[in-house]
Structures are given as C-alpha cells and as structure tokens.
Design a protein around this ligand. Sequence first.
Ligand code: SF4
Ligand code: SF4
Length: 478
Amino acid sequence: MEDNVLDSAPLYEKRIPIIPRTVHGKFRNFKTSVLVFALSVFFLLPWMPWQRESGIPQAVAFDVMGRRFFVFDLVVYPQNVFWLALLLFIAATFLFFATALIGRAFCGYFCFQTVWTDLFMFVEKWVQGERPARMKLMKQPWNGEKILKIGATHAVWLLLAFWTGVTFILYFGYAPDLLHRFFIGQAASAAYYTVFALTFSTYLAAGFMREQICAYICPYGRFQSVMYEPETLAVAYDYHRGEGEKGRVTMKGDLKSLESRHEQGHGDCIDCGICVQVCPAGIDIRDGLQYRCISCGLCIDGCNEVMSSVGFPRGLIRYDSEYNIESGSPKPPHLSWKRLKVLGYLIAIIGMSALLVVSVLHQTDMEDSVEQIRQPLYVVMSNGEIRNRYEIRLDNDSQGDAVYQISTPDLPAGALDLGVMQTVRVHSGQTVLVDVGVLLWPDQIMKHRKFNFVIKSLTNPKDVEVIPSNFSSELSAS
Ligand code: SF4
Ligand code: SF4
C-alpha cells in the first residue's frame, strides 16, 4: 500500500507562481544598489577601451587565439593557472566566512541568479503593475489586455536575456568589431551557440525557475546549514516577541495596543502576512530558518513598515542570531566574529590573498624552463665527444615581441650547440621550444657535471634567468 503511494507521488512539485509585493526600506535599497552596480559593470565593461602594446585594446578581454586574459594592465597566461586556483580558493573561503558571520547574504544580494531574477521582476512590475494588478491579470481569461501585457513582458525578458548572451561573448574579442561581425553573420559559430545557450538559460532561470534554482539546483543552498552556528546572524523572526504565550493575532477589538495584547498573552505579530507577500522565495519566515530563505532581508523591510504604521517597535523580523533570540531577553544583535571557525577562515583568506598579491607583483615578463632529453640520455660521437640534448621552453609574457639569447658561461667555449639560431625571437604571449646540444670531451665531464643555462632577454636586459642543469654520461654516473 505504502509502495503504491510512493509510486504515484510526483517526483517534482509543480511550481506555484510567486507574485511578490513591492517593499521599501534599507535592505530593498541596498539590493537595488547592488543590482544597478553589478549590471552596469557586466554590460559596460566590454566597452571600456584600454591601450596596450599588443593585444585587444579593451580593459577586460579573453584573447582566445593569443591564449591570454587581459585585466586592465595585468596579462594572465595559461601558465598562471596557479592564480586561478588561488582566486577560487579565496572566493570559496570568503563565501564560507560570510556565511558563518551573516548567513546566506551572498545569495540575497550578489548571486547572478538573484540579480537577474530581480531585474526580470522589475520588468514584470513595470509592464503589468503592482501585485494586485498582476494577480488579477493572472486570474483573468485570455483577452487583448492579457495577451498584450504578458507578451510585452516576455518580449522584454527575451531581449534582456539575448543582450546578456551577446555581452558575454564581447569579453572574448574586441567588442565593437565582434558585435559588428556577430550581426553580419561572420562571427565564429561558437559565438552563436553561446549566445543561444545564454539567452535560453537566462530566460528560463530568471523568468520561470527563479527561486527553484536556489532551492533545488544550487548546491550552496543545501550545505549552508552546516556552516551556520547559533551565533550566525541570519534573517529571523523573534518568535517569543511575535507570538507571546497565546500566539499571534490580528489587530481587532481591544487588541490594537501593545499593552492590551500583552495583557491578554498575545505577541506583537498582527498576522498581516506582509512578510510572506514580499518574499521572493514565497516562504513564511515565521516558521523558522528554512533552506529556501536567501537572506535578502525584504521581509525585514516589510515587517518594519507594518510595525511603524501601527506604532509598535520595529525589528520583529531582523538579522539576529538564534542564540540571542532564544535567550529570552535578546540584546541588540551584533556580529560575533570571535569564533574559531570565523578566525580560521579569515586567516586563510588573508594568507592566500597575500600569496596572490606577491605572486602577481613578482610576475616577470619571461618564463623559462630547461628539460634534459632522456631518450637517449647521452650520445658518444664518432670523434669521442659526448653529447647531451636539452629542450628549452621560452614563454614571452610581455606585451611586445622579445629576442632571447641562450648561453652556458660555466662550460668551455664551443660546448653549447645552438644550431643555426644564435638568438630566438618570441612573439608576445607565445611560447617557443628550442632544442639545444651540449658537447663535452670525456676529460671535461667530471668538472662540468653541473652547469647553468643563462637565458637573457635582449629586448628587456633586466630579464635574465639562470637555470641549473646536469650533464649526463657513463662517467658522471660513476
Ligand atoms: S524569508 Fe523571504 S524575504 Fe525574508 S529573507 Fe528569506 S527569502 Fe528574503
Ligand atoms: S509582517 Fe510582521 S506583523 Fe505582519 S505577519 Fe509578518 S511578522 Fe507578523
């Protein structure tokens, strides 16, 4: 019987549309400021020009062909993958740090999903009107007005989603040129696939799935609970104050003043439902901390508006810790950072950030390595000399072409065999592999088993690298 119930239970709960009410307050203002800032940066940054010796004259650009990434004056090459690893580590640790301190605040204000969903909701409100008008529109039968308003909403959403996709690809080339080629059909096919995929996914995620992405798809929402501690500040309903001994009750009869409500054992919550109506996740924070809550603080603004309008103290819903609320006589909420976990995250962030800054500041324009060719390890020539071969890798990380000179000052004259190339030219951002030989007579080997390759940039004479190497033979092995 139980099996049958489970078999017939749907695997996926149908989404109930959420039509949030507009709210005013400091959290709404902060959220709007972040939205305007984040979208301005994303949409405008590809259009910021930047002069550099070679490469795309754009402040931030991925040069796919040149295998480099420009961020203002910094050029990042694939060999700098270490920086990416550090950045990811810092970002992840910062997320843990912020969650331990102030809960899921990243989700509520900074996440792409939140920002784009908020943008789409603004469009919805702009075209269809406030919550009551949108609810009426949803319930009314399809007529001219409904077709026009719903059609216009989806048209603007699609346009925004399309421009999101187009803006994304503009980071992979020179924006004015790439945009022109895109619209005359001469961009790379990957550009069209990317724009199509991003248009579709943005339209779907911000227009339809919205809070379901946070509840079902994003893994962070699921594991956030392990990062919460009783001292973590999170959006919370002051249960004791709101419910009293006999529970919440509307403002009716002689329950309109705080004194009479408290005398009769009722709390301060007037059960107006505003906190639920403004919630973009469609939840009731009065039921306690929930995994669907993205900590956006809009219910705080909503409840504060209500409290002010009825003359009750604000802060019935607020950023507070479970520890403080459960104490029975809560003190003003404060950021509790003196905890082992928080300090551990902080130390890791500072340490890794310092390492990243030092690594970036000490980046040289050239990176080289020498590898001895081991098959065969050495060759005895017909005249008795012994030859080793080495593969030298020259990476030119500067913004212009460079000419390099390879030498072995420790070895006897004529020991280094560079072939026909006495110097090597490497284009900006390119890597060249040079095959060189070292020839020694048997009586020289013991003295020169260890020697240095010196690689010098003739273009930037300050770039000199000394790379220790070994000479191998039967003699040196003994
Ligand atoms: S309950 Fe809703 S409105 Fe309140 S913080 Fe959570 S997601 Fe935002
Ligand atoms: S907005 Fe405040 S007063 Fe109204 S139901 Fe929510 S918690 Fe109660």
